[in-house]
Design a protein around this ligand. Sequence first.
Ligand SMILES: [Zn+2]
Ligand SMILES: [Zn+2]
Ligand SMILES: [Zn+2]
Ligand SMILES: [Zn+2]
Ligand SMILES: [Zn+2]
Length: 296
Amino acid sequence: MERLRAEAAALDEYAEYRRIVGDDDGGKIFTPEEYEEYKRKVLPIRLQNRLYVSWRSPTGMDCKLVGPETLCFCTHRYKQHKTDYEVIPKDRPICVPCRVSRCQCQSYHYVPLNGTQPIRCRCKHFADQHSAAPGFSCNSCSKCSGFHSCFTCGCGQPTYAHETVVETKQERLAQGKPVGQDVPYAAMGGLTGFSSLAEGYMRLDDSGIGAPSAELLESPVTSMDHPFLKAFEGPSSSAQTISQIAGCSTATMQVSHDGRSEEDDMAYFEKRYQERLKKEKAAKQTEKSPVRSKKP
Ligand SMILES: [Zn+2]
Ligand SMILES: [Zn+2]
Ligand SMILES: [Zn+2]
Ligand SMILES: [Zn+2]
Ligand SMILES: [Zn+2]
């Protein structure tokens, strides 16, 4: 029993490590010292320079909030693109190129699915039969002038009328769009409320089905002395556990890393978010400061 619990904790630590480091360790798990160094260097950048990625309807609605596992037109996932910027580029649109070797994708480009099926271009070929290089020409015919799909989104607008938007926190706030909580994880893209992987028109809020709550929309911008940064200060005992499991890379861990889906992301971030809320609440109660009022 004790051993099982220890193993579960180790797997939890490993999952957290993966969410933070992504593929930045080049497949060789960081030593505890390297991990601490990585967090010291990357987390402030991530909190400061997070890029929000969404797929926007001409009506201004974010019909899709892109998360780590969300596929790009190039067939790679958002997390496989360059998502951390030490300095945010001055030019607009901001480019988020694919990091997979030989992929020609210059910037993340969301393309919806029809249920679980890829959508078709007006040339009748599927999205993934087109080149990811600028111009998105078709690899299967010569009459295509670049990918163009009339597939209708849940918002009623055709796919081609939408655009993939990459923006900073300031740019989103200026438009009154939610920026959510600050998190240390890689490639969070547009995920704000953690139930936000659902498409825009059916997104969930705290209480169930509905529009994002006013609380979420008005959530304050937090400063650099963020609880997450504090939490990650100093060497943690957990780093040891991670390097230990690194030694025995079990099949389970491979599966949980490589077989991740958007739904897993949602469940994972929701879980960590709830844990954090609980922790913050407990901390506030010990401080004896007034508990933040929660909207019904
Ligand atoms: Zn790619
Ligand atoms: Zn791409
Ligand atoms: Zn085409
Ligand atoms: Zn074609
Ligand atoms: Zn739409």
